[in-house]
Structure formats: structure tokens, C-alpha cells
Design a protein around this ligand. Structure first.
Ligand code: 4NP
Length: 215
């Protein structure tokens, strides 16, 4: 019954045809084996059913937060770089960033972070700095800190709600267990921003590589 309704062309009418105003069928008789997962959304593979994908909400399979101190130099780069790589890899991830100090809330990324990102084809100009909050532990699956002092700040902010299972240093993706920092380029000249870009880029490549291996 449900199958037949779905087969109708859009301009065909039927009293029983599903529409925005009529409730969706309560139960599908589609075998579970015909439902495949792709990048977090559900898709039906059935010889008689096409385009059913639109009936299923798409959702982010992973929510990732990049955190530094000011949220204007390193973590905006990490947000932009991983977003770019995830999109290119076909991963429907949600990636955002935050800072542990409130000095730059609402500001766009530092002009040198923007410049270096743009040289690699990534526009981060629309990002705005926001403060890291304890509730981020509920909102994100994984939280990457750019440096150990950032982890210390996160602990201070979240107190007993700090969840070590969700937090890691970004560079541990590339050098597991080495606890290497992404250096803070804030006080320095442009070459520091290029160095930081390259470090973050390599770590994000590793994240995508691991995700691709799990697919
Ligand atoms: P970020 O760099 O943590 O990579 O955004 C900094 C930017 C600003 C400050 C510190 C670090 N600040 O103290 O204002």
C-alpha cells in the first residue's frame, strides 16, 4: 500500500496520497535490510521506491568543536579547514569553534588567519568569536583544544562537568600521546599563521583519513 503511493508521479492525485497536510504512514513495511546509511542520513534502496530520501531529515553524524583562547586565530582556522575537508570527503559533519576567553566575542577571525585561509581557498570571514561554555560538552561529540593551556581553561570553566572523554589536543590526531600544542600566533608576525595553518591542516587530514577508514 505504502509502496504504491510513493510510486505516483507528483502531479497524480489520490485521496490517499501523502501530502504535507496528511500524516505519514505510521509504519513502513520496507525491510530493514533495504535501508542504507550514508553520511548520517537514511536512504531507501527499493526497486519500486525512488526519492524517499526527502522524507527523512538529514542530520550531522558528528558534531565537532575546535577551541583556542581567543577564538580569533587558531580555532577559526581549524573550523574552516575541517569543514572544507569534511565537505570534500562527503561527510555531513557539523564543525564549529569557540574560545575560552571573552576578549574577542563577536569579532571576525584575525585578518592574518583570514588571509592565510583564503590563500588555500577557504573563506572564514563570516565566523564570529564566541565563548566556550560548559553546555558545549552536551552539544558536541568531540572537542579539540589547540593547546594544553586551553584544556586547563576548559577545566576551569566546566569544573566537575568537564568531560575528558570528549576532549583531546588537536595535534594528538597526528602525533598520538605527544600532547603537542598548536602555537599561539596572536603576538607574532605572518609566518606564524602559515605555520599554524600547516599544522592544523595536517591534523585535519588525519581526522578525515581515520573517518574514511571507518566508512
Ligand atoms: P587564539 O589566539 O587563541 O588562537 O585565538 C589568541 C587571540 C587573542 C588572545 C589570546 C590568544 N587574547 O588574549 O586576546
Amino acid at each position: 500500500m505504502f509502496h504504491k503511493e510513493i510510486q505516483r508521479r507528483p502531479n497524480q492525485t489520490s485521496q490517499n496520497q501523502p501530502s504535507q497536510n496528511s500524516p505519514a504512514p505510521a509504519k513502513s513495511d520496507i525491510p530493514k535490510s533495504d535501508i542504507s546509511k550514508f553520511s548520517g542520513a537514511s536512504q531507501i534502496r527499493h526497486p519500486k521506491i525512488r526519492n524517499l530520501k526527502i522524507l527523512f531529515p538529514t542530520f550531522a553524524a558528528m558534531k565537532i568543536l575546535m577551541v583556542c583562547l581567543g577564538n580569533i586565530c587558531r580555532s577559526p582556522l581549524a573550523e574552516g579547514i575541517l569543514q572544507d575537508k569534511a565537505a570534500k570527503a562527503g561527510l555531513r559533519w557539523s564543525i564549529e569553534s569557540a574560545g575560552t576567553n571573552g576578549f574577542h566575542i563577536g569579532e571576525a577571525p584575525h585578518r592574518l588567519s583570514q588571509k592565510v585561509a583564503l590563500q588555500h581557498g577557504i573563506d572564514i570571514s563570516r565566523q564570529r568569536a564566541r565563548l566556550f561554555v560548559t553546555a558545549d560538552f552536551d552539544s558536541y561529540d568531540k572537542i579539540y583544544a589547540m593547546a594544553e593551556e586551553v584544556v586547563d581553561e576548559m577545566k576551569w570553566i566546566a569544573k566537575n562537568k568537564f568531560n575528558p572523554g570528549k576532549v583531546d589536543l588537536l595535534m594528538n590526531e597526528l602525533y598520538p600521546g605527544k600532547n603537542k600544542d598548536v602555537p599561539d600566533p596572536w603576538y607574532g608576525p605572518e609566518p606564524g599563521y602559515h605555520e599554524v595553518y600547516d599544522m592544523i591542516d595536517a591534523a585535519c587530514d588525519k581526522i578525515i583519513e581515520k573517518a574514511a577508514a571507518k566508512k
